[in-house]
Design a protein around this ligand. Structure first.
Ligand SMILES: [Mg+2]
Ligand SMILES: [Zn+2]
Length: 159
């Protein structure tokens, strides 16, 4: 069994702008995120992104936009020798369609945990929203709430 660092995307990986981020020019990595990922990777954690992307359901952008941004992020990670194990996102928005995956629901985490045989008690989830913490803790993963866009170096002391 392995351990994982789960991360929310907007506000953790990239700058939370207060509106949907789906264009590559709006996708700005937060200061300190690369160092944080390197730190946890070298401590033996898989890195898995878990993101709500309800803008798809609302018709604001498409899955391809989400996947394009993800590729931009992967390219940055490759430059830094960081491996992203997986990226799961919920495309739904409750006014449009209900689902079991939108955080704070835990289906995305459950899928990743099963797929990679993850030991939940050794794993962490970093998010900038209470729903990220709720989602993590409902499956026995320790949730860490940060302020949007602030990667405090204290997080590194967790492992
Ligand atoms: Mg967020
Ligand atoms: Zn969903």
């Amino acid at each position: 069994m392995t351990k994982a660092l789960f991360l929310d995307r907007d506000g953790v990986i990239n700058f939370e702008r207060g509106e949907y981020t789906y264009r590559s020019e709006d996708f700005i990595l937060n200061i300190g995120i690369i160092d944080l990922l390197l730190h946890f990777q070298s401590a033996g954690y898989l890195i898995i992104i878990i993101s709500n992307q309800g803008g798809i359901s609302k018709g604001i952008y498409k899955k391809e936009d989400v996947e394009n941004l993800h590729q931009v992020f992967i390219n940055e990670c490759n430059k830094n020798k960081i491996k992203i194990t997986d990226f799961l996102y919920c495309p739904h928005y409750p006014d449009v369609e209900n689902c079991l995956c939108r955080k704070p629901k835990s289906l995305m985490l459950e899928k990743a945990i099963a797929k990679y045989d993850i030991n939940t008690t050794e794993s962490l989830m970093i998010g900038d929203s209470q729903r990220d913490v709720e989602c993590a803790e409902s499956v026995g993963v320790k949730g860490i709430l940060i302020k949007s866009n602030i990667i405090d170096s204290n997080i590194l002391n967790l492992k």
